[in-house]
Design a binder for this molecule. Structure first.
Ligand SMILES: NC(=O)c1ccc[n+]([C@@H]2O[C@H](COP(=O)([O-])OP(=O)(O)OC[C@H]3O[C@@H](n4cnc5c(N)ncnc54)[C@H](OP(=O)(O)O)[C@@H]3O)[C@@H](O)[C@H]2O)c1
Length: 261
């Protein structure tokens, strides 16, 4: 059931033909997740706000022989989330794998200088978006009698650190939302798990950090390197597939050894 594919990704035959939606699939970790799911034969809906970025990911997957459709929309907007659901169901059918990954407003700020507008915006971006996404797709999963939901927390939601307080609180909220839902919907065959990465190289880090700064950060990890988007995508493949069929309510710390619990 679990073998190493030629592209370095793990291979899960049971994912073939499954319908997956990845919010925040247009860049970074989400993009790697879309490509990994498609490489395993899943039919993937790619979400993000930037339509051009979404279309680029869809085109890459199709060029690689996979199946993907665009599902653009702002997942902090409830009506937009329902439009995304309707368009994905029309194009591919009901979603069986849901990766709720959109977000990422963790830039540091002293708590007293954050301000209530930014506090609310970060909670909308990194917590309410997950609630809206999951609740839009859960009823169809319950009706189907199964599904795998994977949410996105962060080391910031597990331990106090450098990110802003609203982001830390939002990502800690994702942890409890995941556990709560796993407990609530397990009897319907729906599993809900969470990934909690530490520093994973993305476009923003590459733009704002110099190579020596990135090397210095990498050296702080017991495994001596930063995370790559594919490190997270591999964990998602496991959590999406039947390889994890008795796993729910788990928070998977993906941290190069930085967080050892
Ligand atoms: N990179 C890390 O070190 C790290 C560590 C722990 C957790 N995380 C989490 O992992 C997730 C992805 O992070 P990343 O590093 O891959 O970031 P990224 O490269 O900036 O990608 C963020 C993605 O989320 C989308 N997005 C953001 N807000 C959205 C919204 N309201 N509606 C729809 N799409 C939205 C973006 O699309 P548009 O650009 O089109 O809006 C983009 O596709 C985030 O939740 C982040 O908090 C990242």
């Amino acid at each position: 059931m679990f073998s190493e594919a030629g592209d370095g990704l793990s291979h899960h035959p049971d994912l073939a033909g499954k319908v997956a939606l990845v919010t925040g699939g247009s860049r970074g970790i989400g993009m790697a997740t879309c490509r990994a799911l498609a490489a395993n034969g899943a039919r993937v809906a790619v979400n993000g706000r930037d339509r051009a970025a979404v279309d680029t990911v869809v085109a890459k997957i199709v060029a690689d022989g996979g199946t993907a459709v665009p599902a653009p929309g702002d997942v902090t907007d409830e009506a937009a989330v329902h439009s995304v659901r309707e368009s994905v169901e029309r194009a591919l059918g009901p979603v069986e794998i849901l990766a709720a990954f959109a977000g990422g407003q963790g830039a540091p700020a002293p708590t007293t200088e954050l301000g209530s507008d930014r506090w609310r915006a970060v909670l909308e971006s990194d917590l309410t978006s997950v609630y809206l996404t999951v609740t839009a797709f859960l009823p169809a999963m319950i009706e189907l009698g199964g599904g795998s939901i994977i949410t996105m927390s962060s080391t910031a939601g597990r331990h106090p650190g450098g990110a802003n307080a609203a982001y830390a609180v939002a990502k800690a909220g994702v942890v409890m939302l995941t556990k709560h839902l796993a407990n609530e919907v397990g009897r319907h065959g729906v599993r809900v798990n969470c990934v909690a990465p530490s520093a994973v190289l993305n476009e923003r880090m590459q733009r704002f950090m110099s190579p020596p700064q990135l090397d210095g950060l990498a050296a702080t990890f017991p495994l001596g390197r930063l995370g790559q988007p594919d490190d997270i995508a591999q964990a998602v493949l496991y959590l999406a597939s039947s390889a994890s069929s008795w796993v729910t309510g788990v928070i998977l710390d993906l941290t190069g050894g930085r967080v050892i619990v």
